[in-house]
Design a protein around this ligand. Sequence first.
Ligand SMILES: [Zn+2]
Length: 81
Amino acid sequence: MALIDCPDCGHRVSPRAPTCPNCGAPIAAAGRATDQRLVTPGLLGRLATVLGAWLVFPWVVRLLAFLAGIALLAVMFATAR
Ligand SMILES: [Zn+2]
């Protein structure tokens, strides 16, 4: 893990340190912001994911209910014989 320069005093600190041990400037916030841009989607992406799940979820429930109904019918026909 490479050390980064403190934005305030230039002290070499770990990017995972919450604050600079030399001057106390916040370090992890800046480091995490750049990491999150690469790994996780932004707020817009998160909203799109939630909206997509909200739109798709009823269809998943309907599909499961449909499959459950078919299974119930299959069991009823199988036991009727
Ligand atoms: Zn510092």
